[in-house]
Design a protein around this ligand. Sequence first.
Ligand code: SAH
Length: 504
Amino acid sequence: MANVFLVGAGPGDPGMLTLRAKEIIESCDVMIYDYLANAEFLKWCKPDCEILYVGKKGGDHTLPQDQINGLIVEKARSGKVICRLKGGDPYVFGRGGEEGEELVEAGIDFEVVPGITAGVAAAAYAGIPVTHRDFTTSVCFITGHEDPTKSESGHNWAVYGQSTSTLVFYMGVGNLPMIAKNLMDNGRAADTPVALVRWGTRCNQTSFVSDLEHVAEEAQARNWQAPSIIIVGGVCSLHDKLGWFEKKPMLGQGVIVTRAREQASGLVGVLREQGACVREFPTISVEPLDDYAEVETAILQLARYQWVVFTSVNGVKHFWQQLRAIGLDARIFGGMRVAAIGPATADELRARGIEPDFIPEKYVAEHVVKGLLERGIAGSDVLIPRAKVAREVLPRELKAAGCNVTVLPVYETRLGQASGDEIMEALGAGDIRYVTFTSSSTVENFFELVPADAFRNFPEVRIASIGPVTSDTVRKFGLTPAIEPEDYTIPGLVDALIKDAAAK
Ligand code: SAH
């Protein structure tokens, strides 16, 4: 069985990775990756995977190709599973062929995992089908950057100029004037449409369409940079009609997500779906308690309570873990009434076979109390499984209403793995538009990492807070949330962000 895999990482959008590629990333012992392979994929590597960056960016080579080849062979000889990850497809201008030959010469077995090449994917994300019956019967992938040590051009410009093929140039931005001129000199009409797509399929994708006569000038005026593909041919005229990706409401908008990593995926997913460039900086981490004796006792005596009020998804998860650990299940809630403070908490209960007796319309403690009182909670024994440190409003108000309240810590939140320096660096780079806060503790921990005074140096960054309680915590630091949804939920927050982005 082969232990070396030449793997295509696709054009950048994480969704464009193949299932086979993901499997290999998850199981490899050594990861050797390039500049254009989305570094996001590295989070799937095993914790002890050795990760080596050999990327090339323009002329700046981290490792020359012969040393990359040597490195792959050396690592492969150890018998470990090697993932050689390259942008797009490994055999399309990726020098994968050379690496493969080197492996064969060294007597090392390898497999290839093709990837979606940028010439096809970036074109499609820019609304350009590389073939179309009305325009062309073929497509041609061409390097726009010939090996500089070659004495004679390998290009047959006469053939490119006279064909009706869609021409897709890789690595061609620097040579754009020469490419356009050669094509026109060799017979392509000056008004042939040309598209440039930069960072195709990523949240920072940009593109424009011109024609052979004007494209070089226009690219220069826009200070157009690599990595870009250049597409030449009538199909580029469909860009406006078929373009879809660049119409996403939050395309290119930098959004910082501060939620705990385990909880962020929902928010991150929807924001990405809207085109946002999401940066995850988990300012809190959800941790189990050191000791669960108290929780165990409470579970064994659950019949004492008439109501159990869950205030968070984590509360449900950690309570359940303990319940299961002592061999119990949902039946323990028998005649009891159960409340969930919000829709996500309610779903967590439903997933465990419990339909909450009460879910408030607004997701803050004050509304919960009101609703619970309407349902006759006054005077009951109430258990509230929740975080070790949490707001006191709910227990206080319920006590005031004559309830016998037991607060039961089932997990705790600590400062997350985010680094203040990394957040400052992201802010300093100037492409962050929003910072999102989904609880008071995300706010408190964020400003522990980034002093509020330093944050004030970025007045263009808008604060989005999930609801009034979180907003109050933001104000405590002398800052004002620009966005607060009417519906204090994650979907509400995302809607408010989209509206705000669209208003600009
Ligand atoms: N093996 C890769 C190509 C590597 S050559 C593939 O199959 O896609 C590097 C060139 O690919 C870049 O200079 C650029 O022309 C193109 N490229 C790679 N990713 C791109 C992207 N996301 N958007 C636009 N062009 C891209």
